[in-house]
Design a protein around this ligand. Structure first.
Ligand SMILES: NC(=O)c1ccc[n+]([C@@H]2O[C@H](COP(=O)([O-])OP(=O)(O)OC[C@H]3O[C@@H](n4cnc5c(N)ncnc54)[C@H](O)[C@@H]3O)[C@@H](O)[C@H]2O)c1
Length: 248
């Protein structure tokens, strides 16, 4: 199996991409910490994955929560080989000046500050091991922005770029850092991105994807598995678009 003997911590793993990534990693042999602000859903996801998964409640924007989740993962499994910073949120699609300051602050804390906090908690461990992989879930939104999602787009541009910067800085420690940039997908976040939900809206957004469909959870989980595996041992600083050609 491709992740035998590996330990992974996946944030936002109670739903959507994170849940798919956690399931895929476990199937490939990893022991997984399912980390999410929604404790009940995290417990359900971990139970459905396998007895090799644990569930941890954590708000990724809070330093104490992040430190506790990292400590609990190490206590349970002894180490962390793979960190997936996936937890994220968006403001509902609408004109940029209609998004309130508090919503902007929350968005940046959950999407961007979380990576800062997890870096502080996990990089020292990976440095000691002289190995590790960090994968941040960015977005095509940070490469080819759509109107109505301006502040979300900015947060994901930060995620994409910080992945490259961390890769450059941590390569000497044997730590690889990559980002995944998915196009819109069928997860609970989709109506937030579209600013509603209807057959017309779906058709309108799909028409902007050359391959003519939304991303699936499996598309993103498979790409994340590849970057986390030894097959990608010479890849760092990549922002892998999983987007049916949207960014071409
Ligand atoms: N769905 C898409 O179209 C799409 C496209 C590109 C990128 N993304 C990104 O993919 C990631 C996952 O999104 P998804 O579509 O699977 O969404 P989702 O809503 O299905 O899952 C997000 C998970 O993150 C958790 N979460 C939210 N805030 C949290 C916090 N503060 N602390 C801990 N957990 C928290 C939620 O409880 C949920 O379980 C996000 O970073 C999102 O921005 C999504």
């Amino acid at each position: 199996m491709r992740l035998d003997n590996k330990v992974a911590l996946v944030t936002g793993a109670a739903s959507g991409f994170g849940q798919g990534i956690a399931e895929t990693f476990a199937r490939e042999g990893a022991r997984v910490a399912v980390v999410d602000i929604n404790e009940k859903a995290a417990r359900q996801a971990a139970a459905s994955i396998s007895n090799k998964a644990i569930a941890l409640r954590c708000d990724v924007s809070q330093r104490a929560d992040v430190d506790t989740a990292v400590r609990a993962t190490v206590d349970a499994f002894g180490r962390i080989d793979i960190l997936v910073n996936n937890a994220g949120m968006s403001h509902v699609r609408r004109p940029m000046l209609e998004v309130e300051e508090a919503e902007f602050d929350r968005l940046m804390a959950v999407n961007v500050k979380s990576i800062f906090l997890f870096a502080h908690a996990v990089v020292p461990l990976m440095r000691k091991q002289k190995s590790g992989v960090i994968i941040n879930i960015g977005s095509t939104a940070g490469i080819r922005p759509r109107p109505g999602l301006t502040w979300y787009n900015a947060s994901k541009a930060a995620v994409n770029l910080v992945s490259k910067s961390m890769a450059a800085e941590l390569a000497g420690d044997g730590i690889r850092v990559c980002a995944i940039a998915p196009v819109m997908a069928e997860t609970p976040l989709l109506p937030t991105f579209m600013g509603g939900d209807s057959a017309e809206l779906r058709a309108q957004f799909k028409a902007t994807v050359p391959l003519g469909r939304f991303a699936t959870v499996a598309d993103v989980a498979n790409a994340t598995l590849f970057l986390a595996s030894e097959e990608a041992s010479f890849l760092t600083g990549n922002v892998l678009e999983v987007d049916g050609g949207r960014c071409v």
